[in-house]
Design a protein around this ligand. Structure first.
Ligand SMILES: NC(=O)c1ccc[n+]([C@@H]2O[C@H](COP(=O)([O-])OP(=O)(O)OC[C@H]3O[C@@H](n4cnc5c(N)ncnc54)[C@H](OP(=O)(O)O)[C@@H]3O)[C@@H](O)[C@H]2O)c1
Length: 322
């Protein structure tokens, strides 16, 4: 067990330093096709969570520059408005809307979705981007560990509640969840709120991101006939406010080697633009290609068989009927 964990960390480090940095992006981009990104998005409604900063901002701007109607879901009005007007002025697209919602609150998400759904418009793209790596154990007013609340409960609740609007955009709906290569270091675990051992923020982040990958697999299976494609992805290691705040040592060590936020958003935008026939629903993507969900000899694959009982627990925590 200890050896396997050490192996996972070492393998992740080597994979990361060679592939997830800027040089990895430059190398992989030699295979990118320019025409893949030359697709317009007029008439498409897109939600991007955590759109005021980093990869979410670059994603929202990428959609806006292609003519999409973009709904930026942000928790802070001032930061949201600043990003909204920046995107409007950079792209000339007036159809950029700001929705205030704290994604660590299931109640807030339910209110947001209920209001958003009242117009009954189809939702073509949902990007579950908002995410955090919180180094301390913080409990939300709803009693959830904060990282779990945002990364898992928030992502799950948002996606499940928006399925009816996504169905309206069928067969053209895409749900893209911004996971992380950090998930390679963890199997799927049932201890959702990290209450069975001393809290470790990086480990909890890896567990959450692993769970996003497993949830995506399950959504693809459950909603197979609804005309919605579900994809998880890794953006690579990009220089963003989130990384600078949560991982200052990492950020400093890799100064000049990290990707830009636009490079981090590249595969999110690519996934949203590609016809579903070109993609595999339930898969994990990195640099515009399907990527493995498990590193060799890492012992994480079997853990995905626990997903059904884990979903049962998430549903209970998030107030869904079983
Ligand atoms: N950057 C990387 O190297 C990297 C690598 C792997 C995966 N990722 C993933 O990429 C995604 C974006 O991260 P980033 O690096 O771009 O970081 P970032 O700049 O910190 O962006 C995160 C966004 O999520 C929002 N957010 C956090 N908690 C929220 C909440 N409770 N309610 C609503 N919004 C909330 C933040 O809002 P505030 O501005 O208000 O805090 C911000 O807009 C995350 O899911 C992250 O795990 C990033």
């Amino acid at each position: 067990m200890f050896l396997q964990k050490a192996w996972r960390t070492a393998a992740f480090g080597v994979y990361g330093f060679t592939q997830f940095t800027k040089s990895g992006f430059i190398e992989h981009s030699k295979k990118f096709k320019e025409e893949d990104m030359q697709i317009q998005m007029e008439g498409k409604n897109c939600i991007v969570t955590g759109a005021n900063s980093g990869i979410g901002y670059a994603t929202a701007e990428g959609f806006a520059s292609r003519g999409a109607t973009v709904y930026m879901v942000c928790r802070n009005k001032e930061r949201g408005e600043a990003a909204q007007s920046q995107i409007q002025s950079n792209t000339g697209n007036p159809n950029i809307h700001l929705e205030i919602c704290d994604l660590s609150s299931v109640k807030d998400i339910r209110t947001f979705v209920s209001q958003f759904s009242s117009n009954d418009k189809p939702l073509h793209v949902l990007v579950n981007n908002a995410g955090i790596l919180e180094n301390n154990r913080v409990i939300t007013p709803e009693g959830l560990e904060l990282s779990f609340a945002v990364n898992v409960a928030g992502t799950y609740t948002m996606t499940e509640l928006l399925v009816p609007l996504l169905e309206k955009a069928s067969p053209d709906a895409h749900v893209i969840t911004v996971s992380s290569g950090g998930m390679y270091t963890s199997p799927l675990t049932k201890d959702l709120q990290f209450s069975e051992s001393n809290f470790d923020g990086s480990q909890q982040y890896a567990r959450n991101k692993r769970l996003q990958v497993a949830l995506t697999e399950k959504w693809a299976e459950n909603y197979n006939n609804k005309g919605i494609g579900f994809y998880s992805m890794h953006p690579g290691w990009a220089e963003t406010p989130g990384v600078a705040k949560s991982l200052p040592g990492f950020s400093e060590k890799l100064q000049g080697k990290l990707r830009t936020k636009e490079e981090g958003a590249d595969t999110v935008i690519w996934l949203a633009l590609q016809p579903k026939e070109k993609l595999v629903s339930g898969s994990f993507y990195f640099d515009r290609a399907e990527a493995p969900k498990h590193l060799l000899f890492s012992g994480t694959a079997r853990s995905h068989s626990n997903i059904d009982s884990i979903i049962k627990d998430i549903r209970s925590v998030c107030g869904f009927s079983s």
